[in-house]
Ligand binder design. Sequence first.
Ligand SMILES: [Zn+2]
Length: 259
Amino acid sequence: MSFDADFSYAFYEALVRKVQESYEICPLRDVNADIVIAADDVPRAYWRHDIDVCLSAALQMAKLEANLGISSTFMFIPNSLLYNISSSEGRDILCQIRALGHEVALHFDISETGLSEADCEDELRLIDEIVRQAEFIGEIVGEDVKSVSFHRPLQMFIRGPSNLGGLINAYAAELMSFYISDSKGGWRNGNPLEVVSAATTNVAQILTHPVWWAPTHLSAKETLKNFWETSSVGLSKTGSDDLAEKIRKTVPGVTLQLV
Ligand SMILES: [Zn+2]
């Protein structure tokens, strides 16, 4: 049963410590050429954050993790409907996250690329676009981007090749033997502390979305509503309606209730 009872920073820290009982926490850039970890090596948990909604939540999470002594991967959508990584604020946040020791990488949203359905069937065309977006982020942070994850994952790349255009594919088969995520503000397989305790693989991957996490617990619905209210300040009725639509389009799995 999905677990959504605690998205506080205290619980996040407890999860980090639980994972560290069995794994070394690493960013995706540390994936080595063959991914597979030898039986006598320390098992690795690759920890990534897909940034779907909000840059400031990503920065807060990056600071929290730096305080906990870990590095992970923060993945951004260059053509996001909800934030702008090329604004001066956006650039500053990405550079701060990198300076905290984290990896800054690409979260690829096919729906905003302008590619047609026919284009999407052409793997090379898609990979060209992925590489182009990775270079865009690389220019912002002054460092080559090494990894890609997918917002609304493309079937052709799930449990697929480990390398896409020179980037590590977060959905590579080898990275998904143990894979848990807080998508839609819930852990689908139950309390992650218990799920991690039962893990037996040498390679694990953990996906979190910083927007769901806060100093004190809030439900995903409350979080999205708060985000909409805060971001709507100063907008016209049309502007705030438009923003609500963008939130619904970006996070379709969580109902945005405005009344
Ligand atoms: Zn996403």
